[in-house]
Design a binder for this molecule. Structure first.
Ligand code: GLU
Length: 482
């Protein structure tokens, strides 16, 4: 059996869009499942629109997602180079071969001639559609000057049809009467997409081409090119678009569309992967998958043929589920940059951070939430919410906090269970209610009005820090106006 070889072939003209990533993901999962190769090829022949920054963003995005490629930029491989701009001679050679075989021709028609033919078509038919430029050079007309400005066109058939069995869309048949003699090489010698793509997919031994369904109009021209080159035609899978919730084209007006934006929001790569794969692919009603499960369970026949809509709420649900799957050590390590962003330096193995995470995890969605919720555990003195301080750290609260210190200071072990038991007994003896102690204590220990359970917070902070924070809050409360 031939080895599966699939590729992701982005054009470096912007960020790596989540819709594009979904196509890459499917190919990646398929390659990993079949023990095949996943190739990254940068299609940068459009010199006006391609940028090096964009190539770098694509590579960084793919690395962050863990979509490691077996051949491509940085890793090389036997079919390189993997940037199309470094393969121009190859495309020119293939264009010459096609001319030599009578499958392509040099067309010297000027823009004016083509416009005039279009005009004539409109007058004759009353329609703009259906125009097909019949170049006189197709049938052997020779130019006055062979060095004059010209393009290379493919000699497209005019009768019959071409069909393919798309792995997602089913059987597609296209009548040749709809085809133009499409351009392969521009006057400046630059190859156009169809030529470069087919030459590379052929030379790189690609067995299955997966790409966005906006490329379906290119598939018949490409199949004809393979045939003209005597090359084997790969399988095709055209992946539907990801639309905005309102059905429009998904853009940054609707959602974060660049993959790295999700990294910066504190999403996990496996959550992004899970959400994007599930968007348009299903496996019963299972929503949450690990990467390994996706590799095992993915199949093209379960990818829906219709466009799907981006759903931010669903995405954050999937993200939260993945956050909960990770252990405290790993989450601590991953959240370090989110503390740094807040000007707080914390070590990945900070014992307080690791101890706090199990209490914070159930309420966090992203790594950023986790860092925000954990701040008061890792700093010496929590930042005080002034409104909360004013409301709860009153002279009357000072007395409650002192009562709390007296109750807990010698409790051993200093943990949630022992602390709550001690407090319950003391409250009963004193005829007090937890309510009058709890909020001032929470503000004293965390600087905030919301946190995990009070005794859980104390357990993580430890005896010394707990008492120090309570003491400082008492001083503050006593100095406040009643
Ligand atoms: N460079 C094309 C794009 O980014 C690739 C299309 C394909 O995969 O064939 O849309």
């Amino acid at each position: 059996m031939t080895q599966v070889r699939v590729r992701f072939a982005p054009s470096p003209t912007g960020t790596l869009h989540i819709g594009g990533v979904r196509t890459a993901l499917y190919s990646y999962l398929y390659a990993r499942q079949k023990g095949g190769k996943f190739i990254l090829r940068v299609e940068d022949t459009d010199q006006e629109r391609s940028t090096e920054e964009s190539s770098a963003v694509i590579v960084e995005s793919m690395r962050w997602l863990g979509l490691d490629w077996d051949e491509g930029p940085e890793v090389g491989g036997p079919c390189g180079p993997y940037f199309q701009s470094e393969r121009l001679d190859i495309y020119r050679e293939y264009a010459e071969t096609l001319i030599a075989r009578g499958a392509a021709y040099r067309c010297y028609a000027t823009k004016e001639e083509i416009d005039a033919a279009r005009e004539e078509h409109f007058e004759r038919t009353g329609r703009k559609e259906g125009f097909r430029f019949e170049s006189p050079y197709r049938d052997g007309k020779t130019p006055d000057d062979p060095n004059a400005r010209h393009v290379i066109r493919f000699k497209a058939p005019t009768e019959g049809m071409t069909a393919w069995d798309d792995l997602i869309k089913g059987r597609i048949e296209i009548q040749h009467s709809t085809l133009q003699d499409f351009v392969l090489v521009r006057p400046d010698g630059m190859p156009l997409y169809n030529l470069a793509c087919v030459v590379d997919d052929h030379l790189m031994g690609i067995t299955l081409v997966a790409r966005g369904d906006d490329h379906m109009i290119n598939t018949v021209p490409q199949i004809l090119l393979y045939q003209a080159l005597g090359a084997e035609v790969p399988a095709f899978a055209h992946v539907p678009m990801v639309l905005a919730p309102n059905g429009q084209k998904l853009s940054k007006r609707h959602a974060a569309v660049g993959v790295l934006e999700y990294r910066d929001l504190g999403y996990l790569p496996d959550a992004v992967l899970n959400y994007l794969v599930r968007l348009g692919w299903s496996y019963g009603d299972q929503e949450i998958f690990t990467r390994e499960e996706l590799i095992e369970k993915f199949s093209w026949d379960r990818v829906g043929a219709q466009a799907s809509r981006y759903d931010a709420a669903k995405f954050s649900y999937v993200q939260a589920e993945h956050l909960r799957m990770l252990g405290a050590e790993e989450l601590a390590r991953l959240s370090v940059p989110f503390f740094a962003r807040r000007g707080v330096e914390v070590k990945a193995d900070d014992p307080r951070l690791i101890a706090a995470i199990p209490y914070l995890k159930p309420r966090a969605t992203t790594l950023d939430d986790l860092a925000e919720a954990a701040l008061y555990f890792v700093v010496e003195e929590p930042e005080m919410d002034e409104k909360a301080s004013k409301k709860f750290l009153t002279p009357a609260a000072a007395e409650e906090l002192r009562f709390l210190i007296d109750t807990i200071k010698d409790v051993t072990p200093f943990d949630d269970g022992a602390l709550s038991a001690a407090m319950e007994a003391a409250l009963e003896t004193a005829g007090k209610a937890m309510k009058s102690v709890a909020q001032p204590a929470r503000v004293a220990l965390t600087g905030r009005t919301r946190s995990p359970g009070l005794f859980e917070v104390m357990e993580v902070l430890g005896r010394e820090t707990t008492i120090a924070r309570l003491e400082r809050a008492i001083a503050r409360a006593e100095a406040s106006e009643s």
